[in-house]
Ligand binder design. Structure first.
Ligand SMILES: C[S@@+](CC[C@H](N)C(=O)[O-])C[C@H]1O[C@@H](n2cnc3c(N)ncnc32)[C@H](O)[C@@H]1O
Length: 263
């Protein structure tokens, strides 16, 4: 994988171990409700799930739009497309969801055809967030909404991991993110893309259970793939975090920026 396009390539090709971690990491739970609440998803809507991953959010959206609505799920990873297709079928929702493998940043959708587009924890990876927001605006009807949820990776905080150790791992793995500060940037980007109204909320729920351990392990993996890292520090970060999860002293905060832009 080239360092220049690693942020995208590592989603097109995901190693088996990381793929399994995502299955566990993205399971839908009560926390998710808060993150998509401002999107105001309701029955009968046509909604896109951009960067659907293993499909848990697509299932949730399909339940919310009901039999008269529809969900278009998109991803650049072929395994995720397959898993989402299987997951919606297992839930008896296949007729309500169209799953498409994306190979470009353009959406195979007509202008003004969606009521909502939800893009959760994906904007950090896209080639050009401004042109993606413009593309989202093209496919959403006037009065409809684009709802983007993302982290700002320079704001994630962990304990008892040493602050400088974490900074080393993040810096060494930063090539895995196209726009690591996307959280704080989405407001300006959405305004720049010409939306009529842009609302922002920040949800910061402390994690004591170790949900963020997968993210720490993934970032350690990205650091190792980049080659410019100190193995002792990377190992220490993963060990300290893993032990803290085991003994119940782990603490993490990863604020989620909820940007709801009206067309
Ligand atoms: C962190 S996961 C989030 C998955 C899902 N949205 C969720 O919150 O459960 C990021 C997802 O975005 C997809 N992705 C990354 N870059 C993308 C792009 N340029 N276009 C579409 N999907 C992309 C990845 O394949 C992956 O499924």
């Amino acid at each position: 994988m080239s360092e220049d396009t690693y942020y995208k390539d590592h989603w097109v090709d995901i190693e088996a171990e990381r793929l399994e971690r995502y299955e566990a990491q993205f399971v839908w739970g009560p926390r998710g409700n808060k993150l998509i609440e401002p999107a105001a998803i309701s029955t009968g809507q046509v909604v896109a799930d951009y960067g659907c991953g293993p499909g848990y959010l697509s299932v949730e959206l399909a339940k919310r739009v009901g039999p008269d609505g529809h969900v278009h799920a998109f991803d650049i990873n072929a395994d995720f497309v397959e898993r989402t297709t299987r997951r919606v079928a297992d839930e008896g929702l296949a007729e309500r969801v169209t799953v498409t493998h994306l190979t470009t940043d353009m959406l195979p959708l007509d202008d003004d055809c969606l009521d909502r587009l939800v893009v959760k924890n994906v904007m950090v990876y896209v080639d050009d967030p401004l042109s993606s927001f413009r593309e989202f605006r093209r496919v959403v009807k006037p009065g409809g909404k684009v709802h983007a949820v993302d982290s700002d990776f320079y704001m994630a905080a962990f304990d008892p991991i040493d602050v400088d150790d974490w900074r080393h791992v993040l810096d060494a793995g930063i090539h895995a993110f196209r726009t690591p500060a996307i959280g704080r940037k989405m407001y300006g980007i959405a305004l720049g893309a010409g939306f009529s109204e842009v609302a922002v909320e920040v949800v910061a729920a402390p994690d004591f259970s170790g949900r963020m351990l997968s993210f720490i392990k993934n970032t350690a993996g990205y650091a190792r793939e980049g080659g410019k890292y100190d193995e002792e520090v990377v190992e220490r970060v993963v060990d300290v975090a893993s032990r803290a999860v085991e003994d119940g002293t782990f603490f993490a905060l990863n604020p989620q920026f909820l940007v709801t832009a009206t067309v």
